[in-house]
Design a protein. Structure first.
Length: 581
């Protein structure tokens, strides 16, 4: 049951009890108010009318005695006053007849009427006799006085009865008021006890699930993802536990993906280090080959100088210049091809750096998503936010390093393009020189044959030495850049492993990264020392390296890139996890 529904039912129950008790209290108070209204109006009016009736009768009795016992001249005036008083008495009698509703009261009024009639009949007779001059004093004492006393007594009995009824009704009203007060107090006590009981039950049903949620949240904040979160019930706390289950599952997937990526990065860094060592060995071998080639070049130069000394005539020199110019054009063409190959290699290296930059960007996106989700989690996601910040910092450092390498490669590409432009200009100049010298080539055929062959050999050797020198320089630069990138990548991989080591995944005893320790470390490559220069005859017999041969060393990074291609796929999986998270 939802917490809001439980609270609504509890409050509704308390309000219902309060409403019922209030309604009962209002009903009792209304009934009591009705009784008090009757006491204040009807019963009180009965007492007032009875008192007025008794006062009027007492006044008439005094007038009757005065009229019967006094001078005859006063009888007419007293008779008029008695008639007026009798009329008022009749009006009071009618009021009482309307106010009295009980049979007992009606019977008392009948008794009063009988006593009145019994009193009024002899009074009228005695007044006539007294007016006629008869002495009625004895009759007054014998007849009028007992009848008047009986008349007054009936009214006093009626008045006493009304006073008694008023007092009884007042006592009953006071008893009802006390009972209503006790009833309201009892209803209040019941409402308080019921509210306390419902408060205890509701607090237990709400606090216990929230405590379980708090415990699960603390475990997640500490990085413990091993214990399963149990969701029981259908209230809001259960919904929170369900959300924590989804959060734990997402965190488990994300941490597993991050660990897998860290392993891939560590393995790739080790492979890159191994490749750098191999490349360093090949660079040393090329340096040794260059030394041998230099010795051969010296021997060949000596032969060319001897042939040049034999060419004494200007035509022979011109023919030699023609041959040299032709060979120079060919060398320029080959240099252009070599520059294109170098440009392609530089672009491949730039693509490699772009791949590294993409990996760093995806890692940065993952860290940013982690920081956003940690900010949503509030206080519970602070620890994970720190981890995400460290991962993001590492990704930014990797991206900065990749950008620096990319800038260096771009500068190298621009310089290669400038060199290609200069070589094209040199080729144009060489063509002009050849066209000018060809005018005298017919006169120098036999003498220039030997010089042309020797110049061709020198040109080939020079081309090979130039190509090997360029490739060696490029390899050296690549080795330095790759070594720096491998060291940075290895450091970042170690930091990434340390960052995710705080999490404990299901099926693991601790939060460490088991495979991080098993990453192979590149063994140092034993570089053979440069061999001494060979004898001239041996140097001349060594075959010259072909032009495409120096371009082979850059192929090693390409193979490493091909082997490291699954890493972006893993990063993509991790990014999908973050999106679902």
């Amino acid at each position: 049951m939802k917490i809001g529904l439980r609270l609504g039912l509890a409050l509704g129950t308390i309000l219902l009890v309060l409403m019922l008790s209030s309604a009962a209290g209002v009903w009792r108070l209304s009934e009591l108010a009705g009784r008090m209204h009757i006491l204040a109006t009807s019963d009180n009016e009965k007492q007032i009318v009875a008192a007025e009736w008794l006062s009027t009768i007492s006044l008439n009795l005094v007038r009757t005695r005065a009229a019967l016992l006094g001078p005859r001249e006063l009888v007419p005036e007293l008779q008029r006053e008695m008639d007026t008083t009798s009329t008022a008495t009749t009006a009071l009698r009618e009021r009482l007849n309307r106010l009295v509703t009980t049979p007992e009261g009606k019977a008392m009024l009948v008794d009063i009427d009988k006593a009145r009639d019994a009193y009024r009949t002899p009074r009228a007779d005695l007044l006539k006799r007294h007016t006629a001059g008869e002495d009625v004093r004895a009759a007054v004492e014998q007849q009028i006085r007992p009848l008047s006393e009986a008349y007054v007594a009936t009214i006093k009995v009626f008045q006493a009865r009304q006073i008694q009824r008023y007092q009884d009704a007042l006592a009953a009203a006071e008893a009802d008021a006390a009972e209503a007060q006790r009833f309201l107090i009892g209803c209040g006590v019941v409402a308080v006890l019921l509210g306390a009981f419902l408060a205890v039950v509701l607090s237990r049903s709400i606090v216990e699930p929230l405590r379980r949620v708090a415990a699960s949240t603390r475990r997640l904040a500490e990085g413990d993802l091993t214990e399963e979160i149990a969701a029981q019930g259908r209230d809001e706390a259960t919904e929170v536990q369900t959300g924590l289950q989804a959060l734990q599952a997402s965190l488990t997937r994300v941490v597993s993906g991050v660990r897998s990526n860290a392993e891939s990065v560590a393995t790739a860094s080790a492979e890159i280090a191994q490749g750098n060592n191999d490349l360093s060995g090949r660079t040393e071998q090329q340096a040794s080959a260059l030394e041998e080639t230099a010795a051969s070049m010296e021997e060949l130069s000596s032969t060319v100088r001897q042939n040049s000394d034999n060419a004494q005539q200007a035509n022979q020199l011109a023919q030699g210049a023609t041959d040299v110019a032709v060979q120079g054009g060919e060398v320029v063409a080959r240099v252009v091809d070599t520059m294109k190959g170098i440009n392609e290699s530089s672009r491949k290296i730039e693509d490699i750096i772009s791949v590294i930059d993409g990996i760093a960007f995806q890692t940065n996106i993952l860290a940013l998503n982690a920081a956003v989700e940690a900010a949503r989690a509030g206080e519970q996601g602070r620890g994970f936010a720190v981890v995400a910040s460290e991962v993001r910092s590492l990704a930014q450092r990797s991206a900065d390093a990749a950008k620096q390498i990319k800038g260096l490669i771009g500068t190298s590409v621009e310089r290669v393009e400038q060199g290609s432009s200069l070589v094209d200009q040199a080729g144009t100049t060489m063509q002009e020189v050849v066209s000018a010298i060809r005018r005298v080539t017919d006169l120098m055929g036999e003498i220039s044959s030997a010089s042309m062959e020797q110049s061709s050999g020198v040109a080939q050797v020079g081309q090979a030495v130039t190509q090997m020198d360029q490739v060696t320089q490029q390899n050296a630069a690549l080795v330095e850049q790759s070594a720096a990138a491998a060291a940075s990548l290895k450091t970042q991989a170690e930091q990434l492993v340390s960052a995710v080591a705080v999490f404990k995944l299901p099926g693991q005893a601790g939060g460490g990264f088991a495979r991080a320790a098993g990453v192979p470390v590149a063994a140092p490559v034993v570089v053979t020392p440069p061999r001494p220069a060979a004898a001239p005859a041996t140097a001349l017999k060594r075959p010259l390296p072909s032009a495409p041969a120096p371009a082979r060393p850059p192929a090693a990074p390409a193979r490493q890139i091909a082997a490291a291609k699954p890493a972006p796929a893993t990063a993509k999986v991790s990014e999908d996890d973050w999106e679902s998270f």
